[in-house]
Design a protein around this ligand. Structure first.
Ligand SMILES: [Zn+2]
Length: 327
């Protein structure tokens, strides 16, 4: 099997080259949407494969590969955010990896392996481990049992406990070259690849996701409000925005503020090129100090804003603040 995505080829070869003596804890760090998770999965499968290819990659057809691909390899554990039932019966992703999950992984690595090879624990996103979970995991990272490999994936490695970070061999995955990402998006049948790539800040997997499903419609619903701060009623718009997924809302608003700042400081739009004119007008009008404060709050509070409690109220308060930028 080759690298999961063409821009990961160099990183993939580097990881594979360690297969004879793999790092006991590998941290794959870098921006979201570049395929770190897929790389981690490919690495786990390569370690578990029982008939690997000459370069060490998984064969994709042995029994171990079959179990891995169907999610049932007994020597593999994925520690990730769990789905939970929300108040209205909807499924929501938990906001943290809980200590029970970490303890289960710790117990798992103490068992003897089912097959003769490695045992792999993949933690993704590792920065979502809550403190208790991180501490539970730290204990085994300090003295990992034989033939055990931990792979941690993180968009925000600075949020990891320094003691966890220091136990890991770190591999940084950067943004792919624009041309390569664009080529891949075109190959995936994505229309308007260049615009979407700019919108997603250069992350091809986000760009593809944006091109699917209703995210573009949601984006438009948010942008139409942001583009006309003098005409919107915070209460009405807050209600309407409530229907937009919190993550999308956060991303769109964050990039919009980023563009207003870019207009102000560099005279150009970075993300929302299709709104360049509006952004130029608004950016020039906006108060820099207030804009910086709002952008900073947005960056820090992204997770809190994503909390559904009093969502409409939160959005309304945010809009009032946003409107004051242009007083
Ligand atoms: Zn195999």
């Amino acid at each position: 099997m080759s690298a999961p995505y063409p821009w990961l080829e160099a990183a993939w070869q580097r990881v594979l080259s360690t297969k004879a003596r793999p790092a006991q804890a590998l941290l794959l760090a870098g921006p979201r949407g570049v395929g770190k998770g897929a790389l981690a999965q490919a690495w786990a499968q390569a370690l578990l494969c029982e008939a690997p290819q000459p370069d060490g990659a998984a064969c994709g057809s042995c029994a171990a590969c079959h179990w891995f691909e169907t999610g049932g390899h007994p020597d593999f554990r994925l520690v990730t955010l769990q789905e939970k039932a929300g108040k209205e019966g909807e499924t929501r992703l938990a906001t943290a990896i809980e200590v029970d999950q970490a303890r289960e992984a710790v117990d798992f690595v103490q068992l003897s392996t089912y097959r003769a090879g490695f045992r792999v624990v993949l933690v993704d996103p590792a920065d979502s481990l809550n403190l208790a979970a991180a501490n539970a995991l730290l204990k085994v990272l300090e003295e990992p049992p034989l033939n055990t490999v931990f792979v941690l994936v993180s968009d925000q490695p600075r949020r990891l406990l320094p003691t966890i970070r220091s136990r890991c061999t770190r591999l940084d995955i950067g943004l792919p070259p624009v041309e390569l990402a664009q080529q891949w998006l075109v190959g995936q049948g994505v229309e308007d690849a260049s615009n979407l790539l700019a919108l997603s800040g250069g992350t091809p997997l986000d760009a593809r996701r944006w091109s699917e499903g209703g995210e573009l419609d949601e984006r438009r619903a948010v942008l139409e409000g942001l583009a006309r701060p003098d005409q919107v009623d915070p209460v009405t718009l807050g209600e309407r925005w409530k229907a937009v997924s919190p993550q999308t809302w956060h991303n769109v608003a964050f990039k919009w503020l980023g563009d207003l700042l870019a207009v102000k400081l560099q005279g150009k739009v970075q993300f929302n090129r299709d709104f360049a004119e509006v952004l130029a007008r608004l950016g020039n009008k906006a108060d820099l100090e207030k804009l910086l404060a709002l952008a900073k709050a947005q960056a820090n509070e992204g997770r809190i804003l994503a909390h559904p409690l009093n969502r409409a109220l939160q959005l309304e308060a945010w809009l009032i603040q946003y409107r004051h930028l242009f007083d």
